[in-house]
Design a protein around this ligand. Structure first.
Ligand code: SAH
Length: 373
C-alpha cells in the first residue's frame, strides 16, 4: 500500500492539509451549471449533462451501459471523462443483524477512509468522512492519533453517501429497499478544516434531484471541534444544516487537553460562535460531549456545563467514550453518567445519550482509523 504516515509532531495542529495529487475530476465535483459547461467543452449538448445527472443521482444508477437513452459511444466518453471510480471498496463489515455497515474505501492515491451506514426503524443515517485522517489531534479519538493525510474532494465526500444510497436502493441492506435520510459529518476528519469541499458536498446532497440527491438539510449534521472563523462562515451560507460542536469540557483547562484547538479558540469564543449560528439559522446547536471516566464526568462539570448552555437553542448529545486501542481512558461509570444526565435535565436542558452502534466493528464514534490498519 502506498499509504504514508503524515509527519506531525506531538501537540501539533494541522489546519492546512498536506498537498497530494488531486483526485480525478468527477461529475459530483461539479454543480449542475458546471456539468453543463463541462459537457459543452466536449461538444456535448447541455441536456446530456442533465440526463446523466438523472441517472447518477435520480435513479442511483452507476452503470453507464444501462443508460440506453444515450448513444453508446457517448456513454463511454462520459464514463471516462466524468465518472472515474473514486472509492474502491477495501472491506465491508456489518453488525446489528446487517443494519450497521462500515465500509473502508481506498482512494486513488492509496489513502483510506471509512463511512458507516446505520439503519434504524425510522431513519437511515450515514456517518461520512471529510478528510483522510485528521489534524486536530484530540487524544481520545482514534482518527486524531493517525494524523492528517489529506482533504477529500467534494465528489469523494458525496460518493460515500451515494454508495450507501445505492446499496439501500438495491435492497442490499438488511430491512429491504430504503433511502438515506440523515448524513452526519462525524466520520474521519474535521469538516471545517476542509470547508470548501464540505459546503459544496452539502449543496450536492440537498439540491433536489436530479441536480443533487434531494436530502433534507435538516437531516444533515456538520460536526466541528470549533474552528470559529469557519463556523461564522457556515452561518452565512444559507444552508440550514445542524451544527454539532464537540465541546467535551466546559472549562478551558480541561478542554485544552481534550480538544487541543481550544488553545486557539477557547470555550467562551467557540460557544459564542455556536450561538451566532443558532441565531442566524434558527437551528438547534448540538453539543457533543464524550463522557470519559473521572476526566470530564464530575457533577461539578455538569453544573458548569449547564451554566454555559441554559437559555440557548441547544441540545446535549452525550457519547459514552469508545476506548481506542491503547487508551488509558474509558467510559464513565453508569452511576456517574446518570448523575450527569440528571443534572443537565434538572436545569431544563434537552439531553440524549448516544448509542454505541458499530462498536464491535470499530465503526463507532472516534474509532474510525483506517489509515493505521
Ligand atoms: N472532527 C469533528 C467530527 C468527527 S468526530 C469533530 O470533532 O466534531 C465526531 C464526534 O465523535 C466528535 O464529537 C468527537 O469528539 C467524537 N469522538 C471522537 N472520538 C471519540 C471516542 N473515542 N469516543 C466517543 N466519541 C468520540
Amino acid at each position: 500500500m502506498s499509504e504514508s504516515k503524515p509527519a506531525m509532531r506531538p501537540g501539533e495542529l494541522l489546519f492546512e492539509a498536506p498537498r497530494r495529487g488531486k483526485p480525478p475530476r468527477h461529475l459530483m465535483d461539479l454543480s449542475p451549471e458546471q456539468r453543463r459547461a463541462a459537457f459543452a467543452e466536449l461538444g456535448l449538448p447541455a441536456f446530456r449533462a442533465d440526463q446523466v445527472s438523472r441517472h447518477w443521482l435520480g435513479r442511483l444508477s452507476d452503470d453507464p451501459d444501462s443508460w440506453t437513452d444515450l448513444p453508446s459511444e457517448m456513454r463511454q466518453q462520459v464514463a471516462k471523462m466524468f465518472l472515474p471510480e473514486l472509492l474502491n471498496p477495501v472491506r465491508v463489515v456489518d453488525c446489528d443483524g446487517g443494519t450497521t455497515v462500515k465500509s473502508v474505501w481506498r482512494l486513488h492515491d492509496g489513502a483510506l477512509v471509512e463511512s458507516v451506514l446505520m439503519r434504524y426503524p425510522e431513519r437511515v443515517t450515514m456517518c461520512i468522512s471529510s478528510q483522510a485522517g485528521c489534524g486536530m489531534n484530540c487524544p481520545f479519538c482514534a482518527t486524531g492519533q493517525a494524523g492528517l493525510t489529506r482533504n477529500l474532494s467534494t465528489a469523494e465526500i458525496v460518493e460515500q453517501v451515494l454508495a450507501g444510497s445505492r446499496s439501500l436502493d438495491r435492497g442490499q441492506i438488511a430491512g429491504g429497499p430504503g433511502r438515506v435520510s440523515n448524513v452526519v459529518f462525524m466520520g474521519m476528519g474535521e469538516p471545517m478544516a476542509n470547508y470548501g469541499a464540505v459546503v459544496e458536498s452539502v449543496r450536492r446532497l440537498i439540491s433536489p434531484a436530479p441536480s443533487g440527491l434531494g436530502l433534507s438539510a435538516r437531516g444533515i449534521t456538520v460536526s466541528t471541534v470549533g474552528l470559529v472563523p469557519r463556523m461564522k462562515d457556515l452561518a452565512t451560507e444559507g444552508l440550514p444544516v445542524t451544527l454539532a460542536l464537540s465541546l467535551h469540557a466546559p472549562d478551558d483547562e480541561l478542554r485544552n487537553t481534550l480538544v487541543p484547538v481550544n488553545t486557539r479558540w477557547p470555550v467562551a469564543e467557540v460557544l459564542n460562535a455556536a450561538w451566532e449560528y443558532a441565531d442566524r439559522t434558527h437551528r438547534r446547536i448540538s453539543i457533543e460531549y464524550a463522557l470519559i471516566r473521572d476526566i470530564n464526568d464530575q457533577a461539578w462539570r455538569a453544573e458548569l456545563l449547564a451554566d454555559l448552555l441554559v437559555g440557548h437553542l441547544v441540545h446535549v448529545n452525550l457519547i459514552p467514550l469508545n476506548p481506542t486501542p491503547g487508551s488509558i481512558w474509558t467510559a464513565s461509570r453508569p452511576a456517574d453518567e446518570e448523575t450527569f444526565v440528571r443534572i443537565l435535565r434538572d436545569r431544563g436542558l434537552a439531553v440524549t445519550v448516544r448509542g454505541t452502534r458499530g462498536r464491535e466493528i470499530d465503526g463507532a464514534c472516534g474509532q474510525l482509523a483506517a489509515a493505521t490498519t
